[in-house]
Design a protein around this ligand. Structure first.
Ligand code: FMN
Length: 393
């Protein structure tokens, strides 16, 4: 399908199920990997509402190969997760290969995604994250190795990337072709450069260009899908085979129900009142207690979700402050009981952008990084540090 053949808004969108290698995903929707968010608890809440693939938080290949307790938690799944999806991040082909082999041989995953989108300075400064695809030799080697190891177990391997470092140093078309030639099952593009961080608007035209450039592999679009209508609009505008949804579902796991309905042609949308949102918050906290096996840690974690869940709902300032420091499940129950459970759905105030935004800034890079498209010896040594103490994309 080319962009000119795309259905207009008057025609029904008839998107076939998404094929990721041997996996058929009936609802062509992916929960974007989000460090600190897409743990087993949140994935459960999301998949209870609708279909799709629900990707883990990113795990670094080095930590995984070393079997650190945290990395083993990151790759764990609930028994009823049908498509166990793990996102890996790594900068060294050999270590990435070992990590993929471990996931395959020990049967930890059904799908593996590789992260090439992290814009955080401490990662890009050493040549990792969104800076990495600039080095074509390294990028090619990582993707080829990962695909080769994944294919031994018949697992689909996908990549997720940004447009590039900045508008003058775009990498996505070349990286997409390399990944396609290496045999990936799909390519996902977040329509921002690393410089943009999460600011401004995702450039869906770049997603359309990638779709056109890679007619022979599924392309997934990512960036600024806040509603089911946005998802449909992205498919219409770009021709992608599926959508990747991140911040839009923070505090709104029911968005996956809306997305499923929309892709099935239904106008039905979930419009929870206060009682339902409050119940979801409590359940999320309970599930986090299971995830971490630590009430204190779970309650610290749920606090960041409060503003997202209650966006647009009437919650007094004092209560909001208490919710954002809530220490125990019992205290959470008491605070939630003070809310007005008769409040209905607030409408648009509960919708729209949420979560990380940031301001554009020049991406930190190793000295001379942009001078050549291949890796120098010194840069190789520095890269090791690009995988330490990392989370997020
Ligand atoms: C809190 C947070 C954590 C993230 N962690 C990751 C990650 O671990 N791996 C990754 O590839 N992207 C990560 N991202 C990027 C998202 O997957 C997604 O590409 C980005 O948020 C744009 O999509 P959106 O507009 O739907 O949010 C993260 C984003 C946020 C907001």
């Amino acid at each position: 399908m080319t962009v000119t053949d795309l259905p207009t808004s008057d025609t029904k969108l008839d998107l076939p199920p998404l094929k990721l290698g041997n996996i058929t995903v009936d609802t062509p929707v992916i929960l974007a990997p989000m460090a600190g968010i897409t743990n087993t608890a949140f994935r459960r809440l999301c998949r209870e509402h609708g279909g799709g693939v629900f990707v883990s938080e990113m795990v670094t290949s080095r930590a995984l190969v070393e079997r650190t307790p945290e990395s083993m938690r990151l790759i764990s799944h609930d028994e009823d997760e049908k498509i166990r999806s793990v996102q890996l991040y790594g900068v060294d082909p050999e270590t990435v290969g070992k990590a993929v082999r471990m996931l395959v041989e020990e049967n930890h995953a059904d799908h593996i995604d590789l992260n090439f989108g992290c814009p955080v300075a401490k990662v890009t400064r050493r040549g990792g994250g969104a800076a990495l695809p600039w080095k074509l030799d390294l990028f090619t080697s990582i993707v080829q190795t990962a695909v080769r190891e994944a294919s031994k177990g018949g697992l689909p391997l996908t990549i997720k990337m940004r447009k590039g470092i900045d508008e003058d140093h775009l990498t996505y078309l070349e990286a997409g072709r390399i990944a396609r030639d290496a045999g990936v099952a799909a390519v996902a593009l977040h329509g921002r450069t690393a410089n943009q961080f999460y600011s401004g608007q995702a450039d869906w035209d770049s997603i359309a260009r990638l779709r056109e450039a890679l007619p022979d592999v599924p392309v997934l679009g990512n960036g600024d899908i806040w509603s089911a209508e946005d998802a449909i609009a992205m498919v219409r505008q770009t021709g992608v085979d599926g959508v990747v949804v991140g911040r839009g579902c923070q505090g709104r796991p029911w968005l996956f129900g809306d997305l499923m309905n929309a892709f099935e042609g239904s106008d039905e949308r979930h419009k929870p009142g206060m009682a339902e949102v409050s119940a979801a918050v409590y359940r999320h906290a309970e599930l986090l207690v299971d995830t971490f096996d630590d009430e204190n840690k779970a309650l610290r974690d749920i606090r960041k979700h409060m503003a997202w869940y209650f966006k647009g709902y009437v919650v007094g300032g004092e209560l909001r402050a208490k919710l954002s420091t809530v220490p125990t499940l019992d205290a959470l129950r008491e605070l939630l009981d003070q809310l007005d459970m008769s409040e209905g759905y607030p409408g648009v105030d509960a919708e729209g952008p949420r979560g990380r935004a940031g301001t554009p800034k020049r991406t930190a890079l190793p000295a001379g990084w942009l001078d050549a498209r291949t890796l120098s010896g010194g840069q190789k040594d520095e890269l090791v540090g690009a995988e330490l103490d990392v989370s997020g994309g």
